[in-house]
Ligand binder design. Structure first.
Ligand code: GLA
Length: 658
């Protein structure tokens, strides 16, 4: 195949320029289709009944008061008599939002005195464990601060999901303009080539994705169109696979090397998608210093315990690898795990092992070096992975700054040593977290020639090479301009030229993410797609002049295909139940709880409020709310109405109880 050299910087065509200008424009609220408030209040009506305090021991008193500086109107929510930082108002969102769908939460907050205020989320997982996380943080010193629309989602097996406001100490808090909204319903660009089919003769094209990132339909479509490899962004990492309580119980029972792991709901969300859509997976990651809790290296799995000895740690390593690969084999035998990152980031840029210590003390410390004193744990990791992995799964050593000369050499020397009596390591993962503009100059870091040197060296080992986490950032401090997007396009294009030159040795190019806004380095707009799923100049530059040569399917078909509109279907006599126990619907429009002739999120909220005892429905409203005709409205009806509003159900007759 003849890959034309792509040089778009010097003579960036007017057409590309125009396209990039449109694509790079920030998406304003008015541009966003499909954004609806699931719940919104400015508190002007004095109603705070949708909120509760955070449990029995929370002393907060919720009310409203006038505030001359209120961000909107006159009235705000008051949160007084808080006795702990975590005290505050919460709203349960799993009763008004759908699992697997992305929403935003936003509000204004004011603390009585200097305080770090947080918009947070709590959920209970399938094992009953409660998790807390911060969505946004702002410091208020008696002034109003905005929590702008912050994305969140939750999976099917999470329950009791709350969004709440807290602060670091027990001062009075004030809240205004609280809203939970749906996110825009974008569609992907269909008039661009499929990356995986363009590069089909060279290597796979893949992307990392987190469960939250995968929620929107457009993201699934984007993945199916362009990628034929998925990396789970976080969900298979040790901190998410390990089960501390079960590990402690095993140790207390006398076995310090037994390791308990399980696949959590977030991992399943992605693996189910991969299973249902025949999407191959790069497993990431088994042995790593980061996102591996310190307690995993401590006696009794106790964070305060002593470091275990080498022998115990080897037992834990073997059992961890065996059990992670085992649970995946058992639960997802049909998902093609074609690759696994066995060890990640063990070498520093100067070619030395990491400093000993826990990940909690410093994200750079390694519990592995704390126990082993050096990197002598690495060969064992590959030997165990080889023992328990499927025979067809290729095993990789993966690292960042892999182009730093001493690190490149340390990686190659390590591989030569480990593979001298058999091929334990199949390949090298070049993460490729790169910068188009180093320190705001127009010089990239690394330069293409430095990157190429490392790539060529790795390829010369004869092992397989995969580009595993590619992204290339723009400046942190400068606004995105067409010139910068053009530099990024040129950089990506030049890098792809080098990689294609080595196509016989490279089997995958994986980008670390989907759209720019979801990237871990969103500040640097490092990926190929804009927030609205349009392609960026750097996408254009890597397909420029190339034809699709592959024929892999590029469509995503959701299980229940959403219909185009949310047209209201009048309930006719024929859909009425004839059973005596169920009231006839008569003229009542099923789903239209508030009787305004529209079926919308307000109906869901009204029904939920009644289910929570916050309001009472009239008889006709009860009939309208009982969309599955089970005899009385309940939480299933609420979910059905919600599904109807987002076109996941076309007609309530589909879900009527037989
Ligand atoms: C490293 C890891 C990845 C991921 C990225 C940042 O490169 O290998 O798992 O954590 O950092 O998101």
């Amino acid at each position: 195949m003849n890959f034309k050299t792509r040089r778009i910087l010097a003579a960036l065509s007017a057409a590309v320029c125009a396209a990039s200008t449109a694509a790079a424009m920030p998406v304003t609220a008015e541009d966003k289709p499909g954004v609806t408030a699931v719940y919104a209040t400015d508190f002007e009506d004095g109603d705070v009944s949708a909120f509760s305090k955070r449990g029995d021991t929370d002393t907060s008193v919720l009310g409203t008061a006038e505030d001359a500086d209120a961000p909107s109107g006159k009235t705000v929510m008051t949160v007084t008599e808080r006795s702990k930082g975590w005290n505050g108002p919460q709203i349960q969102v799993d009763t008004i939002c759908e699992p697997g769908v992305r929403y935003t939460a936003s509000c204004w907050v004011k603390a009585e005195w200097y305080n770090s205020c947080k918009l947070s989320m709590q959920y209970t997982d399938a094992d009953g464990e409660v998790h807390y996380g911060n969505l946004a943080e702002a410091t208020s010193s008696g002034d109003w601060k905005q929590f702008p629309e912050t994305k969140f989602s939750f999976s099917e097996d999470m329950h009791d999901v709350f969004i709440y406001v807290e602060a670091n100490d027990a001062c009075n808090l004030y809240v205004d303009d609280f809203a939970i909204k749906t996110t825009p319903s974008y569609t992907i660009q269909s008039d661009v080539p499929s990356l995986k089919n363009v590069y089909a003769d060279c290597f796979r094209i893949g992307g990392a994705v987190t469960a939250d990132e995968l929620s929107p339909l457009a993201t699934k479509q984007l993945i199916m169109k362009h990628y034929n490899s998925i990396t789970l962004g976080n969900e298979l990492k040790p901190e998410n696979m390990l089960d501390q309580k079960a590990c402690q119980a095993l140790a207390a029972d006398g076995d310090e090397t037994a390791v308990a792991v399980s696949l959590k709901g977030n991992a399943r969300t992605i693996l189910n998608f991969c299973r249902d859509n025949n999407m191959p997976v790069r497993g990431h990651v088994l042995v790593w210093h980061s996102q591996t809790p310190g307690w995993f290296f401590k006696v009794g799995y106790d964070p305060e315990g002593d470091w275990v000895d080498k022998e115990t740690m080897l037992g834990r390593m073997e059992n961890y690898i065996k059990n992670v690969l085992g649970v995946i084999d058992e639960e997802y035998p049909d998902v093609d795990f074609y690759a696994w990152d066995v060890v990640n980031e063990a070498w520093l840029d100067d070619g030395k092992p990491r400093q000993p210590g826990t990940y909690e003390e410093s994200g750079n410390y390694s519990g592995w070096t704390a126990v082993f004193g050096d990197n002598s744990f690495i060969p064992y990791a590959f030997k165990y992975a080889r023992k328990y992995a499927r025979p067809e799964t290729k095993l990789y050593y993966n690292d960042f700054n892999e182009y730093m000369p001493q690190k490149t050499d340390a990686i190659i020397a390590m591989i030569d040593e480990i593979n001298k009596d058999g091929q334990y390591i199949d390949g090298i993962g070049m993460q490729s977290h790169l910068a188009v503009m180093n320190n705001d100059t127009t010089e990239p870091f690394p330069s293409v020639s430095v990157y190429k040197k490392a790539l060529d060296k790795f390829c010369a080992t004869g092992l397989d090479v995969q580009i595993t986490e590619m992204d290339a950032t723009l400046s942190k401090n400068l606004a995105v301009t067409d010139e910068q997007l053009a530099l990024q396009a040129q950089y990506y294009s030049d890098l792809m030229d080098c990689i294609v030159e080595q196509k016989d040795h490279v089997s995958a190019v994986v980008f670390w993410g989907t759209t720019d806004d979801m990237s871990w380095r969103a500040w640097g707009s490092p990926l190929l797609f804009n927030e609205d799923y349009t392609v960026k100049p750097c996408f254009e530059s890597i397909v420029d002049g190339l034809q699709e040569v592959g024929t892999e399917p590029t469509d995503y078909e959701p299980e229940t295909k959403p219909t185009e509109t949310t047209e209201v279907t009048e309930v006719t006599e024929t859909t009425e139940t004839t059973e005596d126990s169920k009231p006839a619907t008569g003229d009542v429009l099923l789903g239209d709880v508030d009787g305004n002739n529209k079926i919308e999120l307000l109906d869901v909220i009204m029904l939920n409020k009644s289910l929570l005892g916050m309001t009472e429905l009239e008889d006709t409203q009860m009939i309208a709310a009982d969309v599955d005709r089970s005899g009385s409205p309940d939480s299933s009806d609420s979910l059905f109405i919600l599904k109807y509003t987002v076109s996941l159900i076309a007609d309530f007759a589909e879900i009527a109880v037989k």
